[in-house]
Unconditional design. Sequence first.
Length: 218
Amino acid sequence: MFGARVRYGIAYKTNQPGFQIYTRKFYHNFKVAISTENFEGARGGNLGSMGAYVMCEKTRIGIYNQDTYEPIQQWNVPTKSQKDEIQILYMTISHDQTKIGVALGKALIKERFEITEIAIYKKGSNGKFGLEKLRDFDDKDSCIQFSFNLKNSCELLFFTREELYSIDYVDEAKDRVTVYSFENQLGATPKFGEFNKDQSKFIVTSAADVLYVDIKKG
């Protein structure tokens, strides 16, 4: 029997007149610091096909070996405005792990965010990621969390309080397309939106309410 802090252990058996108390001799938490940098506000993702993981903070993205933690590739994300307040608000990875998308913008008051630009990086034949597209983003009512379309990785899926919509990030002349209109609209701009594996269902939330939608059932 061990105490709540797992510092002491008691060994006994039925009808034994006494018992023995053991104390822990060694302490192991099996955690080793690999960096002393401050990663507050950083975001990460898995690149299992490369045996790596990706992390971003402010306007910098890095890909690291998941076994040695050594950097594989690092770069700064360019912004059209070149303003100091512009930072990476969200990062997503395509299902085939060949594209990385980031939403760039400003952190406002009361945990509100405003996307101003979208940057997409594509994996090349040399295994390195390069900038495929940097474009302005004008849909201010959109959630900062977005996803690549499973059926077409040139399309991005965004949530608003009223709908789920897609944009073709390559062709800026194309209008956004409504994928699903909410029968019960959210009370505010959503803060979180997540799909299931085949993107047939999703959950989207605002500060006040939450919606669960099965697209196939309507």
